[in-house]
Write a protein that binds this ligand. Structure first.
Ligand code: NAD
Ligand code: UFG
Length: 338
């Protein structure tokens, strides 16, 4: 298949691009590089030994996006493009609604006009809000998001479902990611946050390499065994493979197909610090501070649906997630600027 990948230069998009190319698909990348660099795509070419077309384009630019679709004639779209910082979204709600929701509407309009009716969308466990008891299943109620970023994911899921009602030739796959960490085994691609990292693993790796002094653990008074929050960390390569499984399993089945992509196993913040120290023989300097607003105590997936329907399951454990995160960070202390 020929797959147009929006946001293909980003963290998850680049790992998925490698898996798609390695399994014989053709890809076309569309990215405006607002949170990435075209250098990432050269590394994807280097890793796979395969070339592909890439376009610097904002998905909100309907004219340019239409020209790209007409020129490249994709069979399907994997839609990663979006802004993803929870904290930033609280300060810049309009930018998030414009980029994520309006951007997706434009993409869907172009797809419809060009007769492309297969899409895989990057959603998030955040759509479950705080009202369900984990493990979280796809049939549990969604809603109650606590920040504009999460609300964009919720609205886009609804827009996709409404689109299917209006045109039931669409095959729509909604993938709800849990907490992706880790990097490609080569250490050539990985997560390269701009400025201060928001997420746990990039913060840990930047403390490990001396770029940051000390990790702040946001609260140790949660109702969990060690008092820190529990999350379902999933290796980004497993996550990338989940997209292939979704395409193979659902691309030819009209409908709205929703899957959690997680491991089904929860680790606390202290578990992750300990696993990182053990896997890499390093010490992480940390201090416990107050809670971060909006953090749920416990969030992990019931991952059985993806296994039963798609035959996919996460294969890598926390040790490999820690090893590959550090391999990437230590080889690229300044991300793609090295
Ligand atoms: P990322 O920021 O590394 O990648 C997103 C890419 O989209 C970037 O390359 C960025 O330049 C591009 N982009 C953003 N807006 C664009 C626009 N208007 N037009 C064209 N390109 C645009 O993020 P990621 O971690 O790879 O996440 C990919 C997707 O998965 C996002 O939609 C994100 O919300 C979702 N997601 C991520 C996580 C996570 O923890 N990383 C968890 C759940 C869901
Ligand atoms: N944490 C720290 N210190 C840090 C960063 C994080 O203690 O410096 C803790 C958090 O409090 C939380 C855990 O580490 O308990 C994980 O935090 P992350 O920021 O790495 O991940 P979140 O679970 O908060 O958020 C992630 C994605 C969001 C997505 C959400 C739900 O970043 O995009 O999962 O899917 F919305």
């Amino acid at each position: 298949m020929k797959i147009l990948v929006t946001g293909g230069a980003g963290y998850i998009g680049s790992h998925t691009a490698v898996e798609l190319l390695d399994s014989g698909h053709e890809i076309v990348v569309v990215d405006n590089y607002i949170n990435s660099s075209p250098k990432v795509l050269d590394r994807v070419r280097e890793l796979t030994g395969k070339d592909f077309e890439s376009f610097e384009c904002d998905i909100r630019d309907k004219k340019k996006l239409t020209e790209i679709f007409q020129k490249t004639k994709p069979d399907a779209v994997i839609h990663f493009a979006g802004l993803k910082s929870v904290g930033e979204s609280v300060m810049k709600p309009l930018e998030y609604y414009d980029n994520n929701i309006y951007g997706t509407v434009v993409l869907l309009e172009v797809m419809r006009a060009c007769g492309v009716k297969k899409i895989v969308f990057s959603s998030s466990a955040t759509v479950y809000g705080g009202g369900n008891v984990p493990p979280l299943r796809e049939d549990m109620p969604v809603g109650g998001t606590t920040n504009p970023y999460g609300t964009t994911k919720l609205h886009i899921e609804k827009i996709l479902s409404d689109l299917y009602v209006a045109d039931n030739l669409f095959s729509i796959v909604i993938l709800r990611y849990f907490n992706p960490i880790g990097a490609h085994d080569s250490g050539r691609i990985g997560e390269a946050p701009n400025g201060l990292p928001n997420n746990l693993m990039p913060y840990i790796t930047q403390v490990a390499c001396g770029k940051l002094e000390c990790l702040r653990v946001f609260g140790d008074d949660y109702p969990t065994p060690d008092g820190t929050c529990i999350r379902d960390y999933i290796h980004v390569v497993d996550l990338a493979k989940g997209h292939l499984a979704a395409l193979n399993g659902c691309a030819d089945k009209p409908g709205v197909h929703i899957f959690n992509l997680g491991t089904g196993v929860g680790y606390s913040v202290f578990d992750v610090i300990n696993a990182f120290e053990k896997a890499n023989g390093l010490k992480i300097n940390y201090v416990v501070t107050g809670r971060r607003d909006g953090d749920l105590p416990v969030c992990y997936a019931d991952a059985t649906k993806a296994n039963e329907v798609l035959g996919w399951r996460a294969e890598r454990g926390i040790e490999n997630m820690c090893l590959t995160s550090w391999n990437w960070q230590s080889k690229n202390p300044n991300g793609y600027d090295d």
